[in-house]
Design a protein around this ligand. Structure first.
Ligand code: OAD
Length: 238
């Protein structure tokens, strides 16, 4: 099977890759729907990653993101991230990398032009943009940082449940999905839309790489059961 897929990779004019939390699992970042560790085990990520939760308990949500940011800062990109970056360097213009991850590990592995559909956990922004009367640099440190004058809060610059994805990023990802002749869907459960919908609009063949069955398996030409950090180097090395 791997040999067949390597031929598809070699023959593809344009490859679109959609990644999810599973590609970072081997680096030591727990996947989104995994049980959480330590202090945070009693919190459900789905209940924390919303604007409603942040408005109700800003300190709890801010601290959870701070905890995840600190954890991510301590891990390294793995062989899966590196294989994608190396392929794009060897084959400029042949690969579009779309990720749902906010961990920045693709970028740290050397991938450029990454379409980060859900934002970046290392950035923050004002909770109420209309209210913003001060510069980000003026925010008073805190959990979360806040504006002394208007009381506005800084929040993680990620897309929360119920929020709209950045339109340009989504449009670019959709164009790549439709226009490519091969799509690799790596380490995502395929339950969160619109990202998961990219696999359903793919213009060419769809290959899923995942350790478990996913909600997108029915849209795939091939489902490859495996660890992304092992499979991607095999698929993408020349
Ligand atoms: P999930 O946590 O839903 O799914 C992770 C997927 O990775 C599962 O299908 C696992 O089977 C698979 N997996 C785990 N380890 C793997 C490995 N070593 N190799 C390959 N696959 C592996 O994460 P996502 O699908 O990314 O959004 O979740 C999508 C979005 O839901 C996230 O971006 C997050 C959440 O809402 C935001 O935070 C905005």
């Amino acid at each position: 099977m791997i040999e067949q897929l390597r031929e598809w990779v070699a023959a593809a004019r344009h490859i679109t890759v959609l990644t999810g939390a599973g590609i970072s699992a081997e680096s030591g970042v727990p996947t989104f729907r995994d049980a959480q560790a330590g202090l945070w085990a009693r919190f459900d990520p789905m209940q924390l990653a919303t604007e409603e939760a942040f408005r109700a308990q800003p300190a709890t949500v801010w601290d959870w993101y701070a905890f995840r940011r600190d954890m991510i800062a301590q891990v390294e990109p793995n062989a899966g991230h590196l294989a994608l970056a190396a392929f794009a360097q060897r084959h400029p213009q042949r690969l579009t990398l779309v990720t749902q991850n906010v961990d920045g590990l693709h970028q740290r592995a050397g991938s450029t032009g990454v379409i980060a559909l859900h934002g970046n956990i290392f950035e923050d922004k004002w909770l109420d943009p209309a209210k913003a009367c001060c510069d980000a640099g003026e925010a008073i440190p805190g959990s979360p940082p806040y504006c002394r004058r208007c009381g506005n809060l800084r929040r993680p610059a990620v897309v929360w449940f119920g929020e709209v994805l950045p339109a340009p990023a989504l449009a670019q990802a959709e164009a790549a999905a439709r226009g490519g002749d091969l799509m690799l869907v790596v380490g995502t459960s395929g339950v969160v839309y619109p990202a998961a919908g990219l696999a359903r609009m793919a213009g060419g063949k769809v290959v899923i790489v995942n350790t478990e069955p996913t909600e997108l398996d029915d849209a795939a030409d091939v489902v490859l059961a495996g660890n992304a950090a092992q499979v991607l180097p095999q698929l993408l090395e020349d």
